[in-house]
Design a protein around this ligand. Structure first.
Ligand code: SF4
Ligand SMILES: [Zn+2]
Length: 359
């Protein structure tokens, strides 16, 4: 896509502190630039804009237009991400910006995800939120970490990298809540500074990604999730929003759970969450509770030790039980978390079983 990138537009972004020369940009002949921040790897001509509407090629140089641009911010329990096995009960300062590299037809955050971060909409955001300010705000709200969430952090590398570096030097943990479409190069850049990788595995079928998210294949997402765990030892948790008729077959759920267990480890938490009709999927009914209970059983049957049911009130679907002795380790209800059966090392208080919880 090309637009008229005026000097005034560039000046406005620059004076708001939003413009930075993009990382992982490859200069090509004739003024074109290839962006390697996410797996779309957009080829952007002069005057062009990336798929996510947050990168511009201005006079042959690629710029990020969302540095320090915050569309939403809140101090949230980490369980809300959802992340259940990392610092349970802690608060994390959660921030999002504009833009996305997916086009999910059921996106609940479309106002920010599909916003144009180049032309006008940054005007509705807070700008100039430098990493210093981000960390100061997190600390002022008694947060132990920072989460990049609400929209896709995998397009925001200039900012998340600076922010994550500062967080680590200031003793805060760091979280990506991501669709998993960052490139390996992106992951390797932020790898030393990112603690938690909370990734959606929407389906094991490319058809789902193609038809609902405008993404050709799931494989690259799986590969980068493995890299997060194997190369960078990040704490990884997976979410599958179970959509009737799209990814709720036993076969697909079984493939998803088996892949997680075999590639990320059986201790990896898998959150199966309830879908509610929205946007272009408003004709699809909410996930029946019995489908989620079945998914829970499938996950266990495929070797996963910790499967959680989300977006639906349940008696025990969010609790952590020791897979060895069955005792209750962490009790959760909505966003209230009580660690009732953990020892000082985050293991089962009864038999010291490793629950894969980092405290
Ligand atoms: S971040 Fe992804 S979608 Fe955005 S310009 Fe770069 S490659 Fe394209
Ligand atoms: Zn136990």
């Amino acid at each position: 896509m090309t637009i008229e990138i005026s000097n005034a537009m560039v000046e406005r972004l620059r004076s708001a502190g939003a413009l930075r020369e993009a990382l992982l940009a490859e200069q090509l002949p004739c003024g074109e630039v290839r962006c390697h921040i996410c797996q779309r790897e957009c080829l952007i001509p002069q005057g062009g804009v990336g798929y996510c509407h947050t990168k511009i090629n201005y006079e042959g140089t690629l710029y990020c237009t969302i540095y320090g641009v915050i569309s939403s911010a809140a101090a949230d329990p980490i369980e809300k991400k959802p992340v259940f096995h990392y610092k349970p009960g802690s608060m994390c300062y959660s921030v999002g910006t504009l833009g996305c590299n997916f086009r999910c037809v059921f996106c609940q955050n479309w106002e920010i995800a599909y916003a144009d971060a180049v032309e006008s909409e940054a005007g509705t955001c807070r700008t100039g939120v430098t990493p210093d300010r981000l960390v100061a705000q997190a600390k002022a709200q008694d947060c132990e970490g920072v989460a990049w969430t609400y929209n896709e952090p995998g397009i925001w590398l200039n900012y998340t990298l600076d922010g994550a570096k500062l967080c680590k030097s200031e003793g805060l943990y760091t979280v990506y809540v991501t669709n998993g479409y960052a490139t390996p190069a992106h992951l390797d850049a932020i790898g030393p500074y990112l603690d938690v990788y909370r990734v959606d595995i929407k389906s094991m079928e490319d058809r789902f990604y193609r038809e609902l998210a405008a993404v050709p294949s799931v494989q690259g997402i799986l590969d980068v999730a493995v890299r997060a765990k194997a190369k960078w030892n990040m704490h990884v948790e997976c979410v599958t929003n179970v959509i009737p008729g799209w990814n709720d077959s036993e076969d697909n759920l079984r493939k998803t759970a088996t892949w997680i267990s075999e590639n990320l480890g059986p201790e990896t938490p898998w959150h199966v969450t309830r879908f509610f009709p929205y946007a272009k999927l408003s004709n699809v009914p909410p996930t029946p509770p019995e489908t989620l209970y079945a998914a829970h059983e499938i996950g266990k049957d495929c070797g996963l030790k910790f499967v959680y049911i989300g977006n639906m009130a349940t008696e025990t679907g969010e609790n952590t039980y020791c897979p060895k002795c069955g005792s209750l380790a962490v009790k959760r209800s909505r966003y209230t978390t009580r660690t009732v059966g953990l020892n000082d090392h985050g293991r089962c208080a009864v038999d010291d079983e490793d629950l894969g919880i980092r405290i």
